[in-house]
Design a protein. Structure first.
Length: 288
């Protein structure tokens, strides 16, 4: 269940109780029920076994999303064997397990064809997968997807279901972690490429969280940050939506608590602004 709050909400929703219908004063209704029985398919078990073997071959710095431990994310995992070793590319679309039940086989078949094109460019891939015991790869790539059974097989295959993520990166919720199931991929993706000393996620005055990005290159001395994601129905979310409609940026000043939090590891402790002028003495640091 999404945690976005409506702009017209008048009170905090009551405590959530499984099996009970929850309501607010404005019209909305969500019933929390137990998951349908989900049996791990033979397709998924085979895929995970093969990818765990691949990960053991890769050095920790070569693994796509860090050293683990991992949960396998149904995020479009296109594993190929290159001259330099195993590499994983992300498919145009990943199919989450629950999304298979609304997936059009013809559209999923296009994903299969795109995966087959990529694998064909790396001819070592199929023999290497077969050597690892994943002997169904060739059939998966060559068999057109025309029904729900074919969609299910593709959904749980090595070419969709095996993006190796830590639990936080997979399902986490801020303030502890930003998981791919809860935050937009164009923003979440920055977690994997940002400088370690830049805080992508900051706390807003209302206690919600937002993602921010610097407005200038590192070393510029400009400590302002741009809001790139905020929750719908919050003041920051409303401002961001208005900025996007007007094709402008929603920028926080360098002396705002959010900018100070974003650059916290780059500025002098206790600084009142995240902007910094160049200093001649050694060891000085500049925000950005």
């Amino acid at each position: 269940m999404a945690d976005d709050r409506s702009a017209t909400a008048t009170k905090t929703p009551p405590s959530l109780t499984f099996g009970k219908t929850e309501r607010e004063d404005h019209p909305w209704e969500i019933q929390l029920v137990k998951h349908q029985v989900r049996v791990e398919s033979a397709e998924f078990r085979a895929a995970k076994t093969a990818v765990n073997k691949i990960l053991q071959e890769l050095g920790k710095t070569e693994r796509p999303y860090g050293p683990g431990p991992y949960e396998m994310h149904h995020g479009g995992s296109l594993w190929v064997k290159t001259d330099a070793g195993w590499r994983m590319f992300r498919a145009r679309v990943g199919i989450e397990w629950s999304m298979q039940f609304c997936a059009d086989p013809a559209k999923v078949d296009r994903l299969r064809q795109e995966a087959a094109d990529l694998v064909a460019a790396f001819p070592q891939t199929l023999p290497a997968l077969e050597a690892l015991g994943y002997k169904r790869a060739r059939k998966l790539l060559e068999t057109p997807i025309a029904d729900a059974e074919g969609v299910a097989a593709w959904t749980d295959s090595l070419f969709n279901a095996c993006v190796p993520l830590t639990r936080g990166n997979h399902q986490g919720i801020l303030p502890r972690a930003a998981g791919e199931h809860h935050y937009p991929w164009p923003i979440k993706g920055a977690d994997y490429v940002r400088y370690d000393d830049f805080n992508l996620w900051v706390t807003l005055p209302d206690g919600t969280h937002a993602a921010v990005a610097p407005v200038a290159a590192r070393g510029s001395g400009d400590g302002r940050v741009r809001i790139v994601h905020a929750r719908h129905g919050t003041p920051a979310g409303d401002v961001l939506a208005k900025a996007q409609r007007r094709r402008v940026m929603a920028v926080l000043p360098a002396d705002s608590p959010m900018a100070l939090e974003a650059f916290q590891q780059q500025i002098t402790p206790g600084a009142r602004t995240a902007s910094a002028r160049p200093r001649s003495r050694a060891g000085s640091r500049r925000a950005g």
